[in-house]
Design a protein around this ligand. Structure first.
Ligand SMILES: Cc1cc2nc3c(=O)[nH]c(=O)nc-3n(C[C@H](O)[C@H](O)[C@H](O)COP(=O)(O)OP(=O)(O)OC[C@H]3O[C@@H](n4cnc5c(N)ncnc54)[C@H](O)[C@@H]3O)c2cc1C
Length: 470
């Protein structure tokens, strides 16, 4: 694209709406995991849906490919432009207004560039709860979370991003705006279009705003750190707590001994939990008004200790201790990054097959690289494991990943596939897992996905090369 073309976009978006100097573009061109380094002709930073609509109509007319970007925390390279230098990045960072909060309807309308943390805060200010929560919530945006159908730490109770969206506003590749911003809990008028855009990773249009579900605030909450023998025991604890406590469990997070050790070794201000075991669980329960949650939780845990499923349990005594427990879970990705990163996997199977998945993947990976370090943790309450493989102590992580990533990932994904699981529970496909999608979904599913893509984006200008392999 020539300087003149950027000028045309600047006319539409204003001086703050277009970045084109190399030093300004840098941070938009590399992904969170530093797997991809792209180039771009410009970064567009629209301040309104209307301005974005005009700019996208211009790009469509001039055959310019567009790459939407939210907080750029995604794990699969979906928000990074290719290396041609001809694509433009569309950043939603200036569109972060809360448009309205309807407390009576338990609904909040927000622009797509608002971070998850800011939406949580807006709900909290109205004594309500927006439950989507994850380690990246300070940067990840609502648009990115919806586009990846993010999961996070409270899926067990509240579902994924898809379950939290009531309505969407989307700019289509040719600049037309679809206004689906309604707060209806029931609406069976034809195809539910919002679900096409949720999880589409920016390949069908740009989400500019959303109506999100809110929930009553959690007035009572209790958090415990549990010591268990292994993942099978953790799954037994999950079933036991569900039967005893019903639906009040919000999070059930597994942390293997080695993952905890990485955090304690790499992350400042973390302290070993007051229990000692090969594996751990962080569990949180919550409820609205009324009393007795903590007591019922304690009784349920005591019963599981007597049954021998829980070895030890510590209930957080105050918010500082709760936060300290959560920090041990949430900083595992940072600890891995500190050591040069890991070969990451985000696999899921139906709940009762999790121990088999972990065992099969472990045996396969260690048979190939006996000294590899495994960091296994995740949202076990959702049947989702992060099965990450780090370089042996003392060896170069970059060389290790170059030599083993492909083969190790094939082994882990094969283990998930044998158990009828998924290779991408919550991180999406992006650029990283396109081959896997093509090879595992079967021809009918891939044909349908292409039909959808062509219907929304006939000229192939919307985040090309992501999700579906050209
Ligand atoms: C420390 C850490 C912890 C994490 N924990 C979790 C977790 O628990 N659960 C989980 O699911 N993920 C997790 N992630 C991954 C990541 O944070 C999520 O995928 C998040 O939803 C991405 O949001 P984002 O705004 O950063 O999107 P980006 O990374 O900017 O983009 C992701 C994809 O969405 C598209 N996109 C972004 N905005 C829009 C828009 N407005 N319209 C259309 N398309 C758009 C992009 O083109 C890209 O394909 C974690 C990441 C980190 C770094």
């Amino acid at each position: 694209m020539s300087a003149f073309d950027v000028g045309a976009l600047r006319d539409l978006l204003g001086p703050q709406g277009v970045l084109s100097a190399a030093s300004d573009l840098e941070r938009y061109l590399v992904d969170e995991r530093r797997l991809y380094q792209g180039q771009a002709a410009a970064v567009l930073r629209p301040a309104s849906t209307q301005a974005l609509s005009s700019a996208m109509a211009w790009c469509y007319a001039h055959d310019v490919a567009m790459v939407p970007q939210g907080g750029n925390t995604g794990y699969c390279g979906g928000a990074t432009p290719d290396e041609s230098g001809r694509q433009i990045v569309i950043s939603l960072e200036r569109m972060r207004r809360i448009r309205r909060l309807d407390a009576g309807a338990f609904a909040l309308t927000v622009e797509a560039g608002a971070t998850l943390a800011s939406v949580q805060a807006a709900a909290r200010d109205a004594d309500l709860l927006f439950p989507l929560s994850m380690g990246s919530e300070g940067s990840a945006q609502i648009g990115g979370a919806l586009s990846t159908n993010a999961g996070g730490l409270a899926v067990l109770r509240y579902g994924t991003a898809r379950d939290l969206a009531l309505g969407l506003e989307v700019v289509l590749p040719d600049g037309r705006v679809w206004d689906g911003l309604r707060a209806l809990r029931k609406d069976n008028t034809g195809y539910d279009l919002k679900h096409c855009f949720i999880g589409a990773e920016g390949t069908l249009g740009v989400i500019t705003a959303a109506v999100l579900k809110l929930f009553p605030a959690q007035i009572q909450r209790a958090t415990a750190w549990l010591a268990v023998d292994d993942l099978a025991a953790a799954c037994g604890v999950l079933a036991g707590l569900r039967r005893r406590l019903g639906d009040c469990m919000t999070s059930f997070e597994y942390v293997s001994g080695p993952s905890l050790a990485l955090v304690l070794e790499q992350v400042p201000d973390t302290h070993a939990p007051p229990v000692n075991a090969a594996a751990h669980v962080l569990v949180e329960v919550a409820a609205g008004a009324g009393d007795g949650l903590r007591d019922s939780f304690e009784q349920a845990l005591c019963a599981l200790v007597s049954e021998g499923l829980v070895l030890e349990a510590v209930l957080a005594q105050n918010d500082a201790q709760r936060r300290a427990f959560w920090r041990l879970r949430e900083t595992i990705p940072a600890a891995e990054k500190q050591l040069g990163g890991s070969i990451k996997h985000d696999v899921s199977v139906q709940l009762d097959r999790l121990p088999a998945l972990e065992r099969d993947a472990r045996c396969a990976v260690l048979a190939r690289v006996p000294a590899a370090r495994l960091s296994v943790y995740g949202h076990v309450g959702d049947g989702n494991l992060h099965f990450n493989v780090l370089a042996p102590a003392g060896s170069d992580p970059t060389l290790f990943k170059a030599a083993h990533a492909e083969a190790v990932s094939a082994l882990v994904h094969a283990a998930a596939s044998r158990l009828d699981g998924s290779f991408s529970a919550e991180h999406g496909v992006g650029k990283l897992k396109r081959e896997l999608l093509r090879d595992t979904e079967g021809p009918v599913a891939i044909d349908l996905m292409w039909a959808l893509k062509r219907a929304f984006d006939p000229r192939g200008l919307m985040n090309p090369g992501k999700v579906l392999l050209p």
